[in-house]
Design a protein around this ligand. Structure first.
Ligand code: CA
Length: 229
């Protein structure tokens, strides 16, 4: 059974989420504070996805996210955001999360997001894979799901890895944001296209020489992005 960590200090919301996760076949691990969440993750290193509330009594959810990412790039992270928080503010602060849902969310929406991330985190590499895609200065290892730039390891989340893999498989071709969303998050995902931009922005910071003037991931205005050089 896949484990999901639920970090939420409001007991009503937490119980609601936990009940629905159990119904969907997940094992739920609960935490009411950031410290508790980090401790639970130490005890349960096999957690597939963490749901992180932002407003918490001891630290904010972004800080929890940053600390989790410091030692774990495989886990899927979904931020639980409030409607009143402006998206730009949220995206600007997104420190390694893969996705977000806005409260109030439906159980179906939440489990669809978790399912999508689990598929990603579960790997699903084809064994017949050659194991490496080399497009200097980049080297993608599809067995370990790692990326190197000029021989230096670039730390990627699973979603970021999937995006780079998609780009490398389609080098020089303009991909629409919808195509990227379908390929990386799955066709049954019903989130917003904006999540694509958020992840691209973060990827650029990690891999571009000058993220404000990107040369590897270029923007195709009004359409999407292109991996082209
Ligand atoms: Ca809260």
């Amino acid at each position: 059974m896949k484990k999901v960590l639920v970090l939420e200090d409001e007991t009503n919301i937490r119980s609601f989420v936990v009940i629905n996760l159990k119904r969907a076949g997940y094992e739920a691990i609960e935490a009411g504070t950031g410290e508790e969440a980090l401790e639970q993750l130490k005890k349960n290193p096999d957690v597939s996805v963490a749901l992180l509330d932002i407003m918490l009594p001891d630290m904010d959810g972004f800080e929890v996210c940053r600390r989790i990412r410091g030692s774990n790039s495989r886990i899927g992270i979904i931020m639980l955001t409030a409607r009143t928080q402006e998206m730009d503010k949220v995206t600007g602060l997104m420190t390694g999360a893969d996705d977000y849902v806005t409260k109030p969310f439906s159980p179906a929406e939440l489990t669809a997001r978790i399912d999508a991330l689990c598929r990603r985190a579960g790997g699903g590499e084809t064994p017949a894979d050659s194991g490496e895609i080399s497009q200097p200065p980049f080297l993608l290892n599809t067995r370990n799901r790692t990326l190197e730039k000029n021989g230096q390891r670039v730390k990627l989340t699973q979603v970021e890895y999937s995006i780079v893999k998609l780009f490398m498989d389609n080098a020089g071709k303009a991909l629409s944001r919808e195509e990227i969303l379908d390929a990386v998050w799955g066709k049954d995902y019903f989130g917003e296209l904006k999540i694509v931009d958020v992840n691209i922005r973060r990827l650029r910071i990690k891999i571009e020489d000058d993220p404000t003037n990107p040369s590897y991931i270029t923007t195709v205005w009004g359409y999407g992005y292109k991996w082209g050089f």
